[in-house]
Design a protein around this ligand. Structure first.
Ligand code: SF4
Length: 124
């Protein structure tokens, strides 16, 4: 396990953009909590962005995946596109009506909204 810290665990791979703004950090926090709740397993998007073969292959092989971007810039989506990893379930936090800003103090209600949206999307 020297290379890839993210392989084992839940059945659903969770990839968050984890960007440097409220909505980016909401993706990260939701991914952490969904992992802790047993909904899935957060995975290292940076490993895919870094073109590391083990990470890319794991993402290609996984049966269930949810990708969460903070805003319509779509950094996680673009990262997967460039690595030729097929996207499965996809969410954008600003589409939930949460406005992007620079306040990194996350609101519990907004974390819950993102988590609920991910759970809902995974049922479809
Ligand atoms: S998708 Fe938006 S919030 Fe996420 S890293 Fe890109 S610019 Fe930042």
């Amino acid at each position: 396990m020297a290379e890839n810290c993210c392989v084992s665990g839940g059945n659903v791979m969770i990839l968050s953009c984890s960007g440097g703004c409220n909505v980016g950090q909401l993706t990260n926090r939701a991914a952490v909590e969904l992992t802790q709740d047993g909904v899935g397993k957060m995975f290292c998007l940076a490993g895919i962005g870094g073109q590391l073969n083990g990470f890319i292959q794991s993402a290609r092989d996984v049966a269930q995946m949810v990708v969460i971007d903070g805003c319509s810039v779509g950094c996680a989506k673009t990262t997967l596109d460039k690595a030729q990893v097929p996207m499965k379930t996809y969410l954008v936090v600003t589409d939930l009506g949460i406005e992007k800003n620079k306040d990194l103090t996350l609101k519990t209600e907004e974390i819950r909204m993102v988590k609920d949206a991910v759970k809902e999307a995974l049922t479809q």
